[in-house]
Design a protein around this ligand. Structure first.
Ligand code: GDP
Length: 442
């Protein structure tokens, strides 16, 4: 799943290499690629259009800084917009109701409703310690009622008996009554599969919905159906007030379009993903994780994330201004920079994520152990010495070494590292690492 899409998006990163900033011009080809990749992945056209427009607005004019390539910068924007397209954050089930909280399961035959009902019962029982009751109202297929019973027994979840001679509404109301009297927290009502165009069936599920007043009406849809899945979801959404969507068969070789467009088209959140025939194969849906999976670039993304979480923007801005104003980068700044790196989870963690030359550069300067020592040495200097390192002649160096419990050679080594960094900062004309961090914060 998503292999093609990931591959195509990966190609985009390469096409943008060598440009200093993202402009309408240089993004044109890249965005055309992204658009094609999404359409090929069977994402609905309105979702693609909106997505491309949003990425364009966000990305244009963003400065590409430090050692991030323009392609990587664009990927950062694409990632955030993909996440937004799928709903920004996980939407949990709403079970706040006078018990039992009723969950109505709707969908086409074969979508995975019954399997998902069972999986959901298990999940709620195990992770939320809920007392769950299952009931089937599929009076058209005796096999469906049997299937739910078998599932429930396998899961050791309780089920409410029903048979084909009864009316779906009567079954559901009896199940609610039973659930109330036996203090169930949740009642999951499985329904017969139906086509949106089948009016009699749609009228029936509407009546069922009105009778049981569910807190959750989940539409179960097979992700392998691509855009059809999205169209069916939309048709249902117009008849039934859906509260969420469950995408099943995400373990299959679907191209992923349903996952990317169903939220945009229906306005309803994806709440769960079905990830296999086994009864453990149901997981809460997290748009950010899915976006990361789609992009298949975990490293770049986690670098961006780390930087965002740890950089003190005010600090970065201050330093940028300073470097830009020509006042130069002093030992105080060097210390701040090292402290920022430390906040990012230590040098070795950061190093794994930095692109090649930057990593080598940083590695030659500091590793986890030496960070504390560097801080110690700089702390032993006077404020004036930190601002004017050229003052540091032999006697001052001896004093600093003694004050921080290191040798003079180590003080010299630090000064050398500082000079290298200073040079690097100049090379990046305007802030280097700090600027890169700031650029990422957007
Ligand atoms: P219903 O008609 O909507 O109730 O669909 P079922 O629950 O009977 O499921 C139809 C088929 O899809 C069964 O063979 C299930 O094992 C299979 N199925 C359901 N969910 C998933 C899933 O997430 N992954 C895979 N691979 N198969 C699934």
């Amino acid at each position: 799943m998503f292999e093609n899409l990931s591959g195509r998006l990966g190609g985009v990163v390469k096409t943008l290499r060598g440009n200093a900033r993202l402009t309408e011009d240089n993004m044109k080809d890249a965005l055309r690629e992204v658009r094609m990749a999404l359409l090929e992945a069977d994402v609905a056209l309105p979702a693609v259009k909106q997505f491309i427009a949003d990425v364009k607005v966000r990305a244009e004019g963003q400065e590409v800084v430090g050692s991030l390539t323009p392609g990587q910068a664009l990927i950062g924007v694409v990632y955030e917009e993909l996440t937004k397209l799928m709903g920004a954050q996980n939407d949990a089930l709403n079970l706040a109701a006078v018990p039992p909280a009723v969950i109505l399961m709707a969908g086409l035959q074969g979508a995975g409703k019954t399997t998902t009902s069972g999986k959901l019962a298990k999940l709620l029982k195990e992770t939320q310690k809920k007392k769950v009751l299952l009931v089937s109202t599929d009076v058209y297929r005796p096999a469906a009622i049997e299937q739910l019973k078998t599932l429930a027994n396998q899961l050791t979840v309780d089920w409410f008996p029903s048979d084909v001679s009864q009316k779906p509404v009567d079954i559901a109301l009896a199940a609610i009554d039973h659930a109330k009297r036996h203090f169930y927290d949740v009642l999951i009502v499985d329904t017969a599969g139906r086509l949106a165009i089948d009016e009699a069936m749609m009228a029936e599920i509407k009546a069922l919905h009105a009778a049981v007043n569910p807190v959750e009406t989940l539409f179960v849809v097979d992700a392998m159906q691509g855009q059809d899945a999205v169209n069916v979801a939309q048709a249902f959404n117009q008849t039934l007030p859906l509260t969420g969507i469950v995408l099943t068969k995400m373990d299959g070789d679907s191209r992923g379009g349903a996952a990317l467009s169903v939220r945009h088209v229906t306005g309803k959140p994806i709440k769960f993903l079905g990830t296999g025939e086994k009864l453990t194969g149901l997981e809460p849906f997290h748009p950010d994780r899915m976006a990361s999976r789609v992009l298949g670039m975990g490293d770049v993304l986690s670098l961006i994330e780390d930087v965002k979480n740890s950089v003190d923007e005010a600090e970065a801005l201050k330093m940028m201004k300073k470097v830009k104003s020509g006042k130069g980068f002093d030992l105080e700044d060097f210390k701040t920079q090292i402290q920022q790196m430390k906040k990012m989870g230590g040098m070795s963690a950061l190093m794994d994520k930095l692109p090649g030359n930057m990593a080598a550069m940083a590695d030659s300067q500091v590793n986890d152990k030496s960070v504390a020592r560097i801080e110690g040495i700089i702390n032993s200097m006077t404020p004036l010495e930190r601002r004017k390192p050229e003052l540091l002649k032999a006697s001052r160096k001896r004093r600093i070494a003694a004050g921080s419990g290191v040798t003079v050679q180590e003080v010299n080594r630090l000064l050398k590292q500082f000079e290298q960094t200073q040079k690097m900062m100049k090379q990046f004309s305007g802030g280097g690492m700090m600027k890169m961090m700031r650029g990422l914060k957007g």
